[in-house]
Design a protein around this ligand. Sequence first.
Ligand code: PLP
Length: 387
Amino acid sequence: MSGAGNLIYLDFAATTPLDPQVAERMRDVQANAWFNPSSNHPGGRISTAVIKVAAGQLASLLNVNPATLIWTSGATEADNLAIMGTAKQREHRGKHLLTMRTEHKAVVDVFRALERRGFDVTWLEPEADGHLPIERFRAALREDTQLASIMHVNNETGAIQDIAAIGAVCKQHGVVFHVDGAQAAGKMPFDLTNLPVDLYSLTAHKFYGPKGVGALYVAEGTPLDPLMFGGGQQRRLRPGTLAVDLIAGLGEAAAVAAVSIERDLAHLTALREQLLAGIQNIEGLQINGPEQDGYPGILNVGVNDIEGESLLLALEPLCVATGSACNSQSQEPSYVLRALGRSDQQAQSAIRFSLGRPTTRKDIETAIKLYCRGVEKLRNLAPEAVA
Ligand SMILES: Cc1ncc(COP(=O)(O)O)c(C=O)c1O
């Protein structure tokens, strides 16, 4: 699949194309339901009905009450609202917060900002395959712990955390539990009502919805302080005129996901196996993240003696990532892979392949060829660097 000339796009963890059904729904809403849902007239009521449909679609995917969903501009905003909003709300009870070193920047940088405001953050280390042992989590809890934020699926490695077990420990200790689900929502089946999770962030553009819209699930009875002030929309938790077409797109993407998740997972599992089989004989290849039980849409690999940025160029027209898209401007080795115990050199050689619904076996064949050839070419250019 390309969608843009001869590109071979294997960067679905960065973003996904709009599903055609989503695009159609958005066009319809843009033409016929562009009103302000807060307006108290028939036009406003048309847009309000659109929002209601979208909330129902997303609620049904997550198995939650639609009233628990707050629309945001994406997962970054949802993460900020969840973490800052809880920290502020519970500051008078204690200032200890828990998270992991391997979280996305949208979480890491919120905790860093809270540290500057006097909060005490424990940064938990993962195992070498990216997962967090529950005993390590339990041992880090303190009397004054107020909030834990642990991501569902890691965006660089595909490692899946056991949010059921972590959430259960949080419940026992009265700790609010937030999950960044940007890489899981719409891509893996789960049931939020039956998971001990208080806050869950998601974003539409990771599952074939539009960019610039997401949601925060706030379990009933979870107090939260707003970060923004303005009109009274969304119970004053996130004021501002609702982006009706984007929200409709998110809802439709959730409806598409609800019927395609299992098929998607089987498709991705087969493609990941094909990819791994095609490159695993490269000398010195390392898998960054879980070999078997991670999210099958992500395969992150490194080689001993090659620099990821040079490899990225050698791989064109393949679109893959060296780290997360948000960090790609930085030449620093990925802090996520460093936290997994990879050396600077190993982390710098990493390439993240992320596969999606439109990916074909042919795309993977080409990716295998380009990757094998690229590694060989760079090794030949710098033979003295080969270990
Ligand atoms: C795990 C994770 N959290 C948060 C985000 C931020 O999402 P958004 O770009 O929608 O704000 C991303 C996207 O890169 C992500 O992968």
